[in-house]
Write a protein that binds this ligand. Structure first.
Ligand SMILES: [Zn+2]
Length: 656
């Protein structure tokens, strides 16, 4: 679809009273929680204030005596918060623009005042100055099937943009802005009474976890503001200089919204999905790129994982002054990230859009616990991001396609892992905020994505697709854990390949995710020995005639010697190329430290290449994977490595 076909929704249309009655969807989720807001945005005071009616249904067989809620915005209150301390004392916001949330009243079922029984708790670190989690004792325990309904008056002060929320002048991105239920995790079978609230504090390195909910959100703000949210616009009324908009979103895990007078609004459609893009005027030349990348992601994930279940999607490219809000996901709303003069040969807006859209699946539909197992959303999502970028933008040049440098998104993901000095830290032993040093993003994104690409290399891409189809079928709109994902892998691989890879695939995850080893296979030596007599063998070089020619019809023992340098043991293929043009593809289970492939006959080995199909992406050194009698030089790869530092720096400006 050409740019001209995009409908530009004019400001006048937005200002007039529009009423859209959406079709009520059949619930996609259990809707354990739900929220109704009536709030106003004060663009001078930078506050959002109003009333929230929310409910939590006890769908477990536990008797629950308290509720817990996140007050995420308090992470930006002062320099005593856990978020601030974990950020090394410099979280990147201006001191004069803190963010906070005040609960002004809190009533329960039948108007019972719960404010006196509300207290701040710090379940993760005991920091008494952290106010990002509250506990409210219920006057009567919630029995199985009971609904706890609460009404909360609250005021949220937005910080200057930090961690994808806040303001910059007249730009607002309103995320993590309301009191939000934690996830009550019931006792497992045989452990009656041991269920508990999973409600972590806001940490420097972690994202979120929530139940799928329905959101009815009424927002009043100055008329000139253009808004976008994770919901559909149901109605709009203007009243003097102010307007009131009503949004409804169903079965999403978080609701965020944005307002800025400068947004240009474009709409498009892909199959059943209405797509809205909010973008600064200075980037209108990127509208077509943005729409085509989001449609590519919709198509690819729809084909290979499962259908996109909502009928709408809004994405936002924040203006430069609000760039800190870029690269964030709220399921049916996400922010991309770009710059005004991004060149055509750098597919950065495409990559960010594809990544953030992907979270509609890995986090939105498959709502894993991002605090505890971040690889399940960021790593899985980065794996798919790499595949989509390869598929639509080129497996060698998908990220940068310039005559001087070509590099794919997958190569960047892989190099960020293999070049990291922290690459031997085990993933997922700890909750995300306890990851040592600065390993959070490498472990959660790049190492996990590269590991999953390696898994796909071993079991095959079609089996990998079937793993994800089954994962989606079984766990959509629930809370899968890493264990649940691995269980699906084991079952699907067993069904499709029997015992080809062993009884199950735990050996892979135990090494690659939970172990501390690296994977490195190497061709150590090529030997071609010619028989010079019946009893003795001479080295090939010595057996050569003075003019360097070799006797035809000689018999050789040719040996390809390969080593396992790293601790990780994976099955690998070894391609042996002979001087006569023959090629033998050998299979090695990769378990021993050494392996020799010997050939007796007239053939001599010219070169050997381990993993010729590049299936083992997590092999940390591709250079030693091949050996020729005259060693190859790989200047291009060296150049790419040097450029990596530059590329990583560029990307680090964006949060994903
Ligand atoms: Zn992400």
């Amino acid at each position: 679809m050409s740019l001209k076909q995009f409908i530009i929704v004019s400001l006048s249309l937005l200002l007039s009273c529009t009423v859209v009655i959406p079709q009520e969807q059949t619930p996609l989720s259990d809707r354990i929680t739900g929220y109704r807001f009536d709030v106003s945005l004060d663009t001078e005071a930078k506050t959002v204030a109003g009333k929230m009616d929310a409910f939590w249904v006890n769908k477990t067989s536990d008797t629950v005596s308290e509720i817990r809620m996140h007050l995420y915005m308090n992470a930006f209150r002062n320099n005593l918060t856990t978020f601030y301390k974990e950020s090394g004392g410099s979280p990147g916001r201006r001191e004069s623009d803190p963010g906070w949330i005040e609960v002004k009243s809190f009533t329960g079922n039948d108007g019972f005042d719960l404010l006196p029984s509300m207290e701040y708790i710090s379940p993760d670190d005991g920091n008494r100055d952290d106010r990002t989690v509250i506990r409210v004792m219920l006057p009567e325990p919630a029995m199985p099937g009971d609904t706890v309904a609460v009404t909360v008056d609250f005021e949220t002060k937005l910080p200057s943009v930090i961690r994808r929320t806040g303001f910059a002048d007249d730009f607002f991105f309103v995320g993590q802005w309301f009191p939000k239920f934690g996830v009550y995790e019931p006792s497992r079978e045989g452990e009656k009474g041991r269920g508990s609230w999973n409600c972590h504090q806001f940490h420097a390195n972690s994202e979120f976890y929530a139940d799928h909910s329905v959101y009815d959100v009424t927002i009043t703000l100055p008329s000139e503001y253009v808004t976008g949210s994770g919901g559909r616009l149901i109605s709009e009324k203007t009243n003097g200089t102010m307007k009131t908009q009503v949004f409804r979103a169903e079965d999403i895990v978080d609701f965020a919204w944005t307002a800025w007078p400068g947004y240009q609004v474009f709409t498009d459609r892909w199959n059943h999905v209405d797509i809205t893009l909010l973008i600064p005027e200075t980037r209108i030349n990127q509208v077509e790129r943005q729409f085509s990348s989001v449609k590519n992601a919709l198509e690819y994930l729809g084909n290979n994982v499962g259908p996109y279940p909502w009928t709408h999607l809004t994405f936002v490219d924040p203006p430069s002054k609000g760039a800190g809000a870029g690269g964030m996901e709220y399921t049916t709303l996400f922010t991309s990230g770009s710059a005004d003069k991004i060149p055509e040969f750098i597919n950065l807006p495409e990559m960010v859009t594809i990544h953030e859209f992907g979270h509609a699946y890995f986090m939105g539909i498959l709502a894993s616990n991002e605090f505890e197992e971040p690889w399940l959303d960021e790593g899985v999502n980065s794996y798919w991001e790499g595949r989509i970028m390869d598929h639509y933008y080129g497996s060698r040049s998908g990220m940068i396609d310039h005559r001087l440098i070509r590099i794919s998104d997958n190569s960047i993901l892989r190099l960020s892992y293999v070049k990291s000095p922290l690459r031997q830290i085990a993933s997922n032993r700890e909750y995300s905020w306890n990851y040592p040093r600065d390993s959070y993003s490498m472990l959660s994104y790049q190492k996990a994505a590269t590991t999953l690409r390696t898994l796909a290399g071993i079991i095959g891409e079609e089996t990998m697709n079937n793993v994800f189809r089954e994962y989606y079928r079984r766990w959509a709109f629930r809370h899968p854990s890493g264990k649940d994902f691995i269980e699906v892998v084991n079952e699907v691989v067993k069904a499709e390949h029997g015992d080809k890879f062993g009884h199950d695939m735990n050996w892979f995850f135990d090494q690659a995710f939970y172990g501390t080893g690296i994977c490195d296979y190497r061709v150590s030596e090529i030997v071609n020995r010619r028989y010079s007599g019946t009893e003795s063998m001479a080295d090939d070089d010595e057996a050569e005639d003075e003019d360097g020619s070799r006797e035809s019809g000689s018999v050789y023992t040719a040996i390809a010697m390969v080593d396992r340098v790293g601790d990780i043991m994976l099955p690998v293929e070894v391609l042996v190329h002979f001087t006569n043009g023959d090629e033998d593809l050998e299979y090695w289970d990769g378990k021993e430290r050494y392996k020799d492939f010997s050939y007796t006959g007239t053939r001599r080995i010219e070169w050997v290449k381990i993993d010729p199909g590049y299936k083992i992406a997590m092999d940390v050194n591709f250079v030693n994977n091949s050996l020729t009698e005259s060693p190859w030089r790989v200047p291009v790869r060296r150049l790419a490595n040097k450029l990596l530092a530059f590329i990583q720096f560029t990307f680090s400006l964006f949060l994903f």
